[in-house]
Design a protein around this ligand. Sequence first.
Ligand code: CS2
Ligand code: MG
Length: 412
Amino acid sequence: MFIDKAEVIVTSPDRNFVTLKLTTDDGLSGLGDATLNGREMAVVAYLKDHIVPLLMRRDASCINDTWQFLYRSAYWRRGPVTMAAIAAVDMALWDIKAKAAGMPLYQLLGGASRKGLLAYGHASGKSIEELFDSVRAHQQQGYKAIRIQTGVPGLASIYGVASNKTGAGNQGKRYDYEPAQRGAYPAEEDWDTRAYLRHVPTVFEAVRNEFGPELVLLHDGHHRMTPIQAAQLGKSVEPYDLFWLEDCTPAENPEALRWVRRHTTTPLAIGEIFNSIWDYQTIISEQLIDYVRSAVTHTGGITHLKKILDYAAQYQIKSGMHGPTDISPVGMAAAMHLGLAIHNFGIQEYMAHGEKTNQVFEQSFRWEAGMLHPGEKPGLGVELNHDEAGKYPYEQAYLPYNRLADGTVHDW
Ligand code: CS2
Ligand code: MG
């Protein structure tokens, strides 16, 4: 079973996606998500110019050897572009192998360890009232776990708060605060950490008073605090029993998380911008986090992320795989198969994709009562509709960035 065709498909139905499709000499095809939001075309070039020529006539069954060959023969190691490209090849080869075996991919990973995957959605609002509407809309959609992001008094626009309301008044309209049509230059947003630190605890107090103690609540700090500010926030929200505080401080420096850990028992989730096990080495072995946030797409694929999660399991650290809309349905399917099979599953992020995306990617996962399941179709269970994909050409899109009041660039 040899690879004899490779296609790199760029499409932008609701946002940009990059998909690798590998086809074997006996007609089996597999898909891999290679989407790196805001830098998509770097991965396209890496795949087209450097990886695809090496895949032709390779044995499609040799997933581990292909992974090691692509990782070590590059010489230059790790990094978001390299690991997204390797991830796409890895996912596609696992898809092919499971199709050849005639079973859903999770069966090849050891079979199901649970009935379904607890998922969390993104509630947001510029005001508490808008936020409450959004929480209710997500509860009506079945979510049992909800991420809470709000505007901050004095700040015009910040990460994670939808521009269009999602309350019941809008029939729970799906929102996406990171649209593909972002334009040819990063949008500048503003930030004030002290205003944020004053405001967030009052938001969680209001949410707990309105929705009670049972609802699973999460919050994303999105890399914007210093370690001691993150410690302050973690401590101040302890009374509101968060499932996790995510990306509380930039984590390139693991020492930063030691400071946070000393001051708060709020569980910490880190890693959506990491791309290899080496990024996690210290923060797992020193128990500095509680959840591994990586997506299959950004971390070298199923093969590598499973290694990270198996390592994390030794420290009772669980998965919390990244799943916003810039993880394509292919990447989401890979996350669901992996999450169903491993023992140390924690939670799965799930922002429903838009209608146009769902026409490009024909999926077979299930969403019921707040739980996801990858389904029983052989392979990943996703097929790409080339005609639909061809309708949506690539659009330049950048993630926003922050500036402080004095004009200093700040993490977004
Ligand atoms: C966020 C993401 O979902 C999350 O936790 O951090 O929305 C992140 O901003 C995007 O994936 C960036 O492309
Ligand atoms: Mg995040």
